[in-house]
Write a protein that binds this ligand. Structure first.
Ligand SMILES: *Cc1c(COP(=O)(O)O)cnc(C)c1O
Length: 339
């Protein structure tokens, strides 16, 4: 059966054109700093994000974990929202790799208030861990691809700055945020000390993420990447796909968002499903209103040709991406409407 694949934007496959680019990539040994494609990609990423430097890493998880390791010392505390990727989906890396404890704040649609943040920061006291990092996420996956504007986050970042606490942005989908806000990514990134973004989600590359920040931060991050075994050799093979993926990304993501709005509009009219969050980017979280267990609904949708991920006890997540056509989105709506 030909499935409509809406489980994730990580399922995009390299296009024929991208494969041609990969085949011709100029390469060298990146651990020696001699891979021209990697160097070009890191330079471009830093420019796009308005930071001094950038580092290519295999995954978004490694980018976030390196950021935590560089910004903190073991025994410190990091603050993040309770449904953030860095807390929920990185296999306990903060505790295991950075050796920090995580202070999670319950957010409203993915974000806690400035007052809650202020109250969570530890004061000077021999009994307390030191708060040394606050990690944010934009767009916010668990909050249904929610987009935060720079204005919304400004009070939070101001508090961190005043307290001398580093800030990291998990910008796995920062280009989706940029497209939704009609801003360039550097505007979204500008008040964060570091940020990560993924090439392998909506941008459509097979592998890779970038970590961006000050030159000093990236020097230390490069060393930390080596500790984690993330120093790669002729990685220009991967960087060439990333460079290709960045070219014209905004137009492709705008199309993904438009398709998500179409599907969201259809879900609003259904009897058995409703939208859990407004559709702001390429992620849709939809609550099933019937009485069957959600695993059964996911299996039923699959039988009818639609692949989605379960998302909590009664919801599914649907993600649009470059390998989904408008017709497939209509078919997805039809299938959901039929159960
Ligand atoms: C996918 C994702 C990551 C991690 O990326 P991987 O490349 O899968 O390790 C981090 N944060 C968010 C919000 C993500 O969606």
């Amino acid at each position: 059966m030909q499935f409509v694949e809406l489980r994730s934007d990580t399922l995009t496959r390299p296009t024929e054109e991208m494969r041609q680019i990969i085949a011709r990539a100029e390469v060298g040994d990146d651990v020696y700093g001699e891979d021209p494609s990697i160097n070009q990609l890191e330079k471009l990423a830093a420019e796009i994000m308005g930071k001094e430097a950038a580092l290519f890493v295999p995954s978004g998880t490694m980018a976030n974990q390196i950021a935590a390791m560089v910004h903190t010392s073991p025994g410190d505390e990091i603050i993040t929202e309770v449904t953030s990727h860095i807390f929920l989906y990185e296999a306990g890396g903060l505790a295991r790799l950075a050796g920090v404890q995580t202070h999670v704040l319950k957010g409203e649609r993915g974000m806690f208030s400035p007052d809650e943040l202020e109250g969570a920061i530890r004061g000077e006291n021999i009994h307390f861990p030191r708060t040394t990092l606050v990690a944010f996420e934009n767009t916010h996956n668990r909050a249904g691809g929610r987009v935060f504007s720079p204005e919304e986050l400004a009070p939070h970042l101001e508090i961190c700055k005043r307290a001398g606490i580093a800030t990291h942005l998990d910008g796995a989908r920062i280009f989706n945020a940029a497209v939704a806000l009609e801003l360039t990514p550097d505007i979204i990134a500008q008040d964060f000390d570091s940020l990560s973004f993924c090439l392998s989600k909506g941008l459509g590359a097979p592998v890779g993420s970038l970590l961006c920040g000050s030159a000093e931060f990236i020097r230390e991050a490069r060393r930390t990447r080596k500790i984690l075994g993330g120093g790669m050799r002729q990685a220009g093979i991967l960087a060439s796909a990333g460079l290709f993926a960045l070219d014209g990304a905004e137009e492709r993501l705008a199309r993904d968002h438009q398709l998500a709005r179409v599907l969201g509009g259809a879900i609003e009219k259904m009897e058995n499903f409703r939208l859990e969050f407004p559709v702001e980017s390429n992620i849709i979280v939809s609550r099933y209103l019937g009485d069957k267990p959600i695993q059964e609904i996911v299996a039923l949708l699959k039988e009818k040709g639609l692949l989605v991920n379960p998302f909590g006890p009664a919801s599914i997540r649907l993600v649009t991406h470059q390998d989904v056509t408008q017709d497939e989105v209509f078919r997805a709506a039809e299938i959901m409407g039929s159960i």
